[in-house]
Design a protein around this ligand. Structure first.
Ligand code: SF4
Length: 354
């Protein structure tokens, strides 16, 4: 893996990103922000899943005002997402947002951008300058002929310069495209041009299945180059799934420790137990443990014990039963219907000693 030069450190609430700090996981609520109860409930679920920064849409003044109450009841930094109306940005900052996300291109006249920047300065909160491939300015589209990685980068850097000229450099940048390769290319280009922290994600990536794949490929390419300070997996679905996917991506790239990893075989004609069902149950079971260990769920005694030996705990299926393996040692034979409970018992013991 290559590593980008350290980015500038930026404080968001009680967290610091950039400067070699761990990459933080973000998500976005999909409740009506002004519905404080539902929004707080969803944020608590996201916190529980591992979300470290949360963003809420602020499409109207009620939403901006709701931020004050939401902020009191959550434990992670709160980012307000604003489009078009600079007054919403100012109200969001007054109501305690730890960061705002704007696209200066759609905020309007220079005085409006200045008013937002002055307010952010007053509370010393960062501004995330967000540019999406879908909202590129006409002159850039004309210059490049179509949406390109270069055009996205130029658009983002223009906006950053516009805020810098107002005397503010407490900034984070996000550049997004639903085209995975274009998005990756744009990140490679912008990482050479600026040391502001980058919030990385593949936008509008799709449903749980295709969105997870697109995000994994895109974030994999970008993060593997040492680019990125916060991440969001954007899915059309429950945001809790976004957080789970982001955690798994960071863990796969060795950028995050913690959480049990399940290794399971694809099954074949030798499998004699319901391994697909069991692997799913094991995946759910281990999500309740915070140990940095590997659990193998293997279908047979041909490859099973060998693979399971590589793991901290393992199951190797037989005919209506399975072997339970701990650190390479076969502990006992367990009937198929008792394998999950037996594994749980082992996990509990490991957790006690962890
Ligand atoms: S571990 Fe056994 S059951 Fe699973 S795929 Fe390999 S050979 Fe087949």
């Amino acid at each position: 893996m290559t590593f980008r030069e350290k980015t500038k450190e930026i404080r968001i609430g009680d967290r610091v990103i950039g400067g070699g700090n761990p990459i933080l996981i973000q998500s976005m609520t999909n409740t009506k922000t002004e519905d404080v109860e539902s929004t707080v409930r969803q944020i608590h679920m996201l916190e529980e899943a591992g979300c470290e920064i949360i963003r809420c849409a602020v499409p109207n003044m009620q939403a901006a005002e709701a931020l004050r109450e939401i902020k009191k009841r959550i434990h992670i930094p709160l980012v307000a997402d604003i489009h078009f109306d600079y007054r919403l940005a100012i109200a969001a900052i007054s109501n305690g947002a730890d960061k705002i996300r704007i696209n200066p291109g759609n905020i309007g006249a220079a005085e409006r951008i200045r008013a937002v920047v002055e307010k952010a300065k007053e509370r010393e909160i960062p501004i995330r300058v967000g540019v999406n491939s879908g909202s590129l300015e006409k002159p850039l589209l004309e210059k490049y002929g179509c949406v390109t990685a270069e055009a996205i980068v130029e658009s983002a850097l223009d906006k950053v310069r516009c805020i810098e000229q107002l005397g503010y450099d407490n900034l984070v940048i996000s550049i997004k495209s639903s085209d995975v390769l274009m998005c990756a290319r744009a990140h490679e280009l912008i990482a050479k041009e600026t040391d502001y922290p980058l919030h990385v994600g593949i936008t509008e990536s799709g449903t749980l299945f295709s969105g997870t794949i697109k995000s994994s490929v895109g974030l994999g390419i970008i993060l593997y180059q040492g680019i990125g300070d916060t991440v969001r997996v954007s899915l059309t679905g429950d945001p809790v799934e976004e957080v789970k996917a982001a955690k798994r991506i960071l863990k796969t790239l060795n950028l995050r420790k913690g959480g049990v990893e399940v290794v399971s075989c694809p099954t074949c004609g030798r499998t004699q137990i319901d391994l697909i069902g069991l692997a799913g149950q094991v995946e759910t079971l281990v999500s309740g443990y915070d140990m940095d260990i590997k659990v193998a769920v293997m279908g047979c005694v041909v490859n099973g014990p060998g693979e399971a030996r590589e793991a901290d705990l393992g199951i190797a299926g037989g005919i209506g039963e399975g072997l339970l393996i701990r650190k390479g040692e076969i502990i006992r034979k367990v009937p198929e219907d008792g394998l999950l409970a037996a594994l749980k018992q082992e996990l509990d013991e490991l957790q006690k000693a962890y």
